[in-house]
Design a binder for this molecule. Sequence first.
Ligand code: ATP
Ligand SMILES: Nc1nc2c(ncn2[C@@H]2O[C@H](COP(=O)(O)O)[C@@H](O)[C@H]2O)c(=O)[nH]1
Length: 214
Amino acid sequence: MAHDTHRPMDYPGNLIVVAAPSGAGKSSLVKALQELDAHIHPSISHTTRAPRGQEKHGREYFFASESEFDAMVQAQAFVEWAHVHGKRYGTSKKAIEERIAQGSDVILEIDFQGALQIRQAFANAVLVFILPPGWDELRSRLERRGEDSAEVIEMRLKNAAIEMAHVSKFDFVIINELFERALFDLKAVVHAQRLKYAAQRRARADTFESLHIS
Ligand SMILES: Nc1ncnc2c1ncn2[C@@H]1O[C@H](COP(=O)(O)OP(=O)(O)OP(=O)(O)O)[C@@H](O)[C@H]1O
Ligand SMILES: Nc1nc2c(ncn2[C@@H]2O[C@H](COP(=O)(O)O)[C@@H](O)[C@H]2O)c(=O)[nH]1
């Protein structure tokens, strides 16, 4: 939906994409991961939904009006964007490109549509899907969180079934039943991604060196 640019991914930083049905626990896991790992930086998305609770502009999201969001779409400012739960959400180029170009790892918490757009633009991004242990638990997490109306919770549960139908397109699936276990699994994915691409970048550097190309 966002754009059709395909680029070779040769930035020194890694992109980690985490998608999940609303309430599965991705924000909680990503926050815990960031506390353990100073090299991971969050991508702050833009959204047309209203702030809830203690959310602050520029911290959880950049809250945008429909016309501001339209202007960004027109200006091709997004690497991906999608309609999610009746609102629009998007990742700006600014949110990620500078960081990965400087060698930082950036983590995106986005829906499956956005995740698949990121894969088109950044072939080396790793896509992780977080599953809740079951429907009843997903509902009770949304209810216990207490941030959304009953109507919004129903819509999010309905959309969860659509999201879950795309799980096979992801590189890794983590079941967030025991929080610490799921966090351990997410850390393992990040480490594996770093090792994989560090090795590839080294191999490429060696190849260039042996060909005397700098
Ligand atoms: N393993 C877990 N066991 C029990 N509760 C959990 C677990 N993981 C997260 N939660 C709780 O479930 C609720 C939803 O979690 P969270 O807000 O992280 O979900 P989310 O996937 O980021 O949702 P959204 O996409 O709507 O932002 C929160 O109240 C959180 O504390
Ligand atoms: N495609 C994108 N999806 C996004 C982005 N940021 C968040 N999201 C998705 O929205 C839902 C709902 O979030 P909430 O904060 O309103 O609960 C979330 O589950 C993500 O899947 C984005 O930049 N692009």
